[in-house]
Design a protein around this ligand. Structure first.
Ligand code: PHE
Length: 454
């Protein structure tokens, strides 16, 4: 192990950083709208099952590779399987988080703009259509979203360039507890709105007819996205976890926090949606169209309270997006520093330049570049589809095959059981091994094919 390599300060710091990567737009933006689109409580049940039976083992597999080698994705695979084709998986997982980062930063930028709006003018609307067209106009206008994307990505670069401990760890330590407090406060407010109970029952009462193959694929895809799987971010963060720490504990802590946050976000958003008498299946526009409308509507009776909740809500989104985006950023930086010998500053600048350029194309694809189509999709949707439907699942599959079928069983077991001393973990390991070798690979292939056919 490279002794000069920075490490997280302890178990708490490691869990907060990994939870920071996991908890993001996926929890606050994607999860609630998918619950709304894919059948409420039935989707939540599917999601929980997917997280525990499939995504948790995949998460642990990635973490084992990083923790074992204390190296970034490329270096880790080179270390464990020197001179083999596995290095291509290393390269793929350096590139795919950067593609995600490019469009993620665009949405992060929109959230910053909406935070600014909630702080200044607030939201005023007499009909949901007005808010939607305002949002549509904003994202199609070339300059403002580009500026926001630049600011968002610049913020990430600034944190990452400060280093693993003084940048990433410090930022997550302050932000993550704050995010939990904020989302609980917002949920508390939402649950007191008149008419919110319909939203609560929507979240709790499953309609099992909604469990279809495509709902299963959607739940699986969402759990991949939310747990940052298959793109090397978990691997890279695990490589900064001290060798004495147990990876099972870190993994369980992270997945537990991620699930909890997604559920609280669902209970913060759905009751408000129902209270305002809006259809829950609004789709991706939920947080930028439906919610501002709800804030505007509530503003009529209690203006200061609705403005406050709007500000808290967009603060939560912006910071949650930051903590995830820096984890994607770090994968590329770790590669350039470790494999290409660049200084952290230079590496940060290079990653900033590349992701800024691709992100700018994604941003402009809502306006001036809307005519450019890749496989019938806009540049933004293409990057989203390519990464969430294919690269993440493909990367996840290869990581699972690598740990389950290529790595030495004893080495993996040692990671779980602190060299065989933790007896409870030994039993958990056996279950993990079974899931990893025999259940996860075919399940991922099925999801992959379902996504392909969709
Ligand atoms: N998990 C993050 C979220 O929920 C997104 C992400 C994907 C982060 C891939 C890192 C890598 O928003």
């Amino acid at each position: 192990m490279d002794r000069k390599r920075e490490l997280f300060g302890g178990r708490g710091a490691a869990i907060l950083a990994m939870a920071g990567s996991a908890i993001g737009l996926g929890n606050i933006w994607r999860f609630p709208y998918m619950v709304g689109q894919t059948g409420g409580a039935a989707f939540i049940i599917l999601y929980l099952v997917c997280c525990l039976l499939l995504s948790l083992p995949i998460f642990l597999a990635e973490a084992v590779i990083g923790h074992r080698t204390h190296a970034g994705t490329f270096g880790a695979l080179e270390q464990l399987a020197p001179g083999t084709k596995w290095k291509w998986l290393g390269l793929l997982t350096v590139l795919s988080p950067l593609v995600i980062l490019s469009y993620y930063s665009v949405v992060g930028g929109w959230s910053m703009d909406y935070l600014w709006r909630s702080l200044t003018a607030g939201f005023h609307a007499d009909a949901i259509g007005t808010v939607s067209s305002e949002f549509g106009g904003f994202i199609a206008s070339p300059w403002a979203p580009l500026l926001c994307h630049t600011l968002f990505l610049g913020g990430c670069a600034w944190i990452v360039s400060a280093g693993v401990k003084s940048g990433i760890e410090k930022f997550n330590k302050v932000t993550m507890p704050l995010l939990f407090v904020l989302i609980v406060v917002i949920m508390g407010y939402s649950l007191t709105l008149p008419g919110s109970s319909a939203g609560v029952s929507y979240m709790l009462k499953p309609d099992f007819s909604k469990i279809t193959p495509s709902a299963v694929a959607a739940a699986m895809g969402q759990s991949f996205f939310s747990l940052s799987l298959g793109v090397g971010t978990i691997l890279t963060y695990a490589s900064y976890v001290h060798e004495k720490e147990n990876i099972l504990v870190t993994g369980l802590g992270t997945v537990g926090f991620d699930l909890l946050f997604a559920l609280i976000a669902g209970f913060a958003i759905m009751p408000a949606v129902f209270a305002a008498g809006i259809e829950p299946g609004a789709g991706p526009g939920l947080i930028f169209e439906t919610l501002p409308y709800i804030f505007a509507k509530m503003g009529a009776s209690a203006p200061w309270l609705s403005s406050l909740v709007a500000v808290l809500f967009f603060v939560t989104i912006v910071f949650a997006a930051f903590t995830s985006a820096i984890s994607m950023f770090e994968v590329g930086v770790a590669y350039l520093v470790e494999q290409k010998g660049l200084s952290r500053r230079r590496a940060t600048l290079l990653i900033f330049a590349c992701t800024w350029a691709l992100g700018a194309l994604c941003s402009l694809s809502f306006g001036p570049l809307s005519g450019v189509k890749l496989f019938g999709l806009s540049i933004f949707s293409f990057c989203d589809m390519l990464t969430s439907n294919f690269l993440m699942t493909f990367g996840g599959l290869l990581f699972v095959l690598f740990v389950g079928w290529k790595m030495d069983r004893k080495a993996v077991r040692d990671e779980f059981t602190c060299g065989g001393t933790a007896r409870f973990n030994c039993a958990v390991f056996d279950a993990f091994w079974l899931l990893l070798r025999y259940i996860a690979p075919p399940a991922i292939v099925i999801i992959f094919i379902t996504n392909f056919l969709a």
